[in-house]
Design a protein around this ligand. Structure first.
Ligand code: ACO
Length: 168
């Protein structure tokens, strides 16, 4: 498999400006099919319970997302030690309203506990906003806890309306 085939989506959607502002030795790129071994799921564990996901389960989900990679964009930040230290996703929803407009939904933003406070979270969000703009979204939205509001305000978001949830 070539390096590009191994990636969830085209690297052309990765902001060159965001790459240029990362600390030395860090890279930002689409999720890769071998990121299971680089600790992708460990990084997500700062968010919530992950479960015992096998490599086969990871790959099944990865290739589903890759088959829909005009809608799902998961990107990662890789450390100089070749470990995943940051991750985030934008899901591009196709609507009827707003003249068949597109809305970007930011999900599952995570930075490794030992790497927080280095602006990696900010870079993940900037890179996801870039994808939202490039794919033609008219807005990008997200849900977060009260405690994360100041972080998202620093990323250029403003408080709007209320999140509701129903658990099946
Ligand atoms: N309260 C106030 N300010 C904050 C907070 C906070 N909780 N977190 C970050 N900031 C500020 C930083 O001080 C920095 O400000 P500055 O530019 O003035 O220096 C700015 O926001 C950018 O911070 P980063 O260094 O980029 O933040 P970090 O890399 O630590 O990532 C994140 C932030 C993603 C929230 C990280 O702490 C994390 O992974 N937390 C646990 C998981 C989580 O809560 N994820 C978000 C869930 S919501 C969702 O996924 C849509």
């Amino acid at each position: 498999m070539s390096a590009q085939e191994n990636l969830l989506f085209t690297s052309n959607l990765i902001s060159p400006e965001v790459q240029a502002t990362l600390p030395k030795g860090y890279t930002i790129r689409p999720l890769a099919s071998d990121d299971y071994e680089r600790g992708f799921l460990d990084v997500l564990s700062v968010l919530t319970v992950i479960g015992n996901i096998t490599k086969a389960q990871f790959l099944e989900r990865f290739f589903y997302l890759k088959a829909h990679n005009h809608e799902y964009f998961t990107l990662v930040i890789v450390s100089p030690q070749n470990r995943i230290v940051g991750a985030g996703t934008i899901f591009v929803e196709r609507k009827f309203i707003r003249n068949t407009g597109l809305v970007g939904h930011i999900e599952d933003i995570a930075v490794d506990k030992n790497q927080q406070g280095k602006k990696l979270g900010l870079r993940v969000i900037q890179a996801l906003k870039y994808i939202g703009a490039k794919t033609g979204c008219y807005k990008v939205i997200l849900d977060c806890s009260e405690k994360n509001v100041p972080f998202y305000e620093k990323c250029g978001f403003q408080r709007k309306e209320v999140e509701m949830a129903w658990y099946c």
